[in-house]
Design a protein around this ligand. Structure first.
Ligand code: NG1
Length: 509
């Protein structure tokens, strides 16, 4: 399929689909066993993997994720005359929780103590805010909820986004009744910032992929000028092996040195480049990001997909220019900046600099790696566009497509390791094994520091060979005590799947 055909479906104006509840027999049966009553409906949202484009969504550069067939299901009974919420989780590690509405704005959440119900509260809160902004006054309704998830937690497959999106969807449906219509755009828009309540300064990739995923398509997600997800088909036979390193990085505990610090470093790098070239950044919130730098330097937004292939080529040229700016401006200090040096580069006092950049989300560092981070962001955004260009052209030679796409994924992994510093030894080993056993490309996916890897394969044979090699050379050696079930769960073979959906009693569908 060509670019122009795809543009027809590129807006997020589609509705969240509604299917028959019979498809969710296990979660509704567990609901009944728990609450001795039938569920009214089930809300579902899947996990995602990012094929390429990590640590760039928070700089507003486009990414290429897909939804996968692991998911969070929330079976719900609405209690219209009550204000209590009861949450039960199929996973016995997560104990039952109960709380009353209304929720405080801060949710009463202490980001230092993570509890599974916090994710539910985030989804509930953003849905309440959305409903409050509508024409009808918001009347709190109680809910009994049974949650059943198959997205591994802490594995970089966005179990949190799957849970929050399912929760927000369930809350809107609970208030508006079974005839309600919910657009994917609204659901994405309201869930994008939800994790900020938990102290994570994330971008919007996960929620967009979870809500808008399409079967057999990679989603090209743009954040500017508007949030948009455009599906692109992948050549027949393409499969992804998603393999969990089983190294869990606690997002909240590590945020000050890992995720949030990357966001801060990118923002400071943007400000220094802007100052050097006399650019005034107009960030939507705060000082402006690396995307603002290049848009302003080149005098206008990077052309989006509406400009067709020409727009993609212009974007590629701009990002090459952006990489030159990084060399000229930050290259001399590739060893990193102290607070005093960064403040000086911006003509600020260290105190001013700290207030402006280092206080909203707390961070800890020895030196700020501004050169490395900016280099990663611009080069990764460039690789996303190169992949997009491959997908927008008719594929006449599948082998060539796979080799070129795979090489871009491998370059991305090197950049994540060397410039973003978000890889780890286990990820490197898995990627190596996958490449030696038939994968065309392999890289970390998501935030990194452990979590999952994604490897590009073609055909059943290469998938099985990669899977077997990983079992033997990685899992059995590093984790000899894994049960058969744990071993099976560590590798997910997935094609792109459909995004969020509601399941209603068949008569209502
Ligand atoms: P995961 O892997 O779900 O922690 C995080 C961010 C994304 C994106 C990726 C890196 C959250 C909730 N999500 O994903 O927005 O920035 O890292 O590409 O923090």
């Amino acid at each position: 399929m060509y670019l122009c055909d795809e543009l027809m479906t590129s807006e997020l104006s589609m509705e969240v689909p509604v299917y028959c509840l019979d498809k969710c027999s296990e979660v509704t049966r567990r609901f009944f066993e728990t609450y001795a009553h039938d569920a009214d409906f089930v809300a579902r949202s899947p996990g995602r993997v990012n094929i390429i484009g990590d640590h760039i969504d928070y700089c507003n550069f486009s990414v290429l994720p897909m939804a996968i067939d692991v998911e969070m299901l929330c079976a719900v009974r609405v209690l219209p005359h009550e204000t209590s919420i009861t949450l039960t989780n199929a996973d016995p590690r997560f104990a039952q929780r109960q709380f009353d509405l209304p929720l405080e704005d801060s949710l009463g959440i202490d980001p230092a103590t993570s509890d599974w119900s916090n994710y539910f509260k985030c989804g509930l809160l953003v849905a309440h805010k959305f409903l409050q902004a509508g024409s009808e006054p918001l009347h709190d309704v109680g809910m009994q909820v049974f949650c059943q998830g198959s997205v591994p937690t802490g594995g970089g497959l966005s179990s949190s986004a799957a849970f929050i999106c399912a929760t927000a969807l369930a809350t809107i449906r609970a208030h508006r009744g079974r005839d309600c219509v919910i657009s994917k755009q609204d659901l994405t828009r309201i869930t994008v910032d939800a994790e900020h309540y938990l102290g994570i300064n994330n971008g919007g990739m996960d929620q967009c992929a979870s809500v808008c995923g399409q079967r057999d398509h990679a989603m090209y997600v743009e954040f500017k000028p508007i949030l948009k997800a455009t599906p692109f088909p992948l050549p027949r036979g393409v499969q992804f092996v998603v393999s969990n390193t089983l190294v869990v990085s606690n997002k909240f505990e590590t945020a000050p040195t890992n995720y949030n610090l990357r966001v801060v470093e990118c923002t400071i790098a943007a400000s220094i480049i802007a100052k050097r070239y006399g650019i005034t950044l107009k960030g939507d919130h705060g000082p402006g990001d690396l995307r603002d730098v290049i848009d302003t330097y080149c005098d206008g937004l990077m052309p989006d997909l509406r400009s067709g292939l020409e727009g993609v080529d212009q974007g590629i040229a701009r990002l090459a220019t952006a990489l030159d700016l990084v060399e000229e401006t930050l290259g001399p200090k590739s060893k990193g900046y102290t607070t005093a040096e960064a403040a000086d580069a911006l003509g600020m006092s260290p105190a001013q600099f700290t207030t402006e950049y280092l206080t909203v989300f707390p961070v800890r560092f020895h030196t700020l790696q501004l050169y490395n981070r900016a280099k990663h962001v611009f080069s990764e955004a460039l690789r996303v566009l190169l992949c997009l260009r491959l997908m927008t052209r008719p594929v006449t030679d599948t082998q060539r497509f796979l080799t070129t796409f795979g090489a871009l994924m491998n370059e991305s992994q090197s950049s994540c390791r060397d410039f973003c510093d978000c890889s780890c030894e286990e990820t490197e080993q898995i990627s190596q094994i996958a490449l030696e056993n038939g994968a065309y490309g392999s890289r970390l996916t998501g935030a990194g520091w452990g979590g999952c890897t994604i490897s590009l394969c073609h055909g059943e044979e290469s998938v099985l060979s990669v899977k077997k090699a990983l079992h033997e050379q990685y899992y059995k050696k590093r984790f000899p005590h894994l049960s058969q079930r744990e071993l099976e769960a560590a590798i997910i073979i997935s094609k792109p799947e459909e995004g969020s959906a509601l399941y209603e009693h068949c008569a209502a569908v």
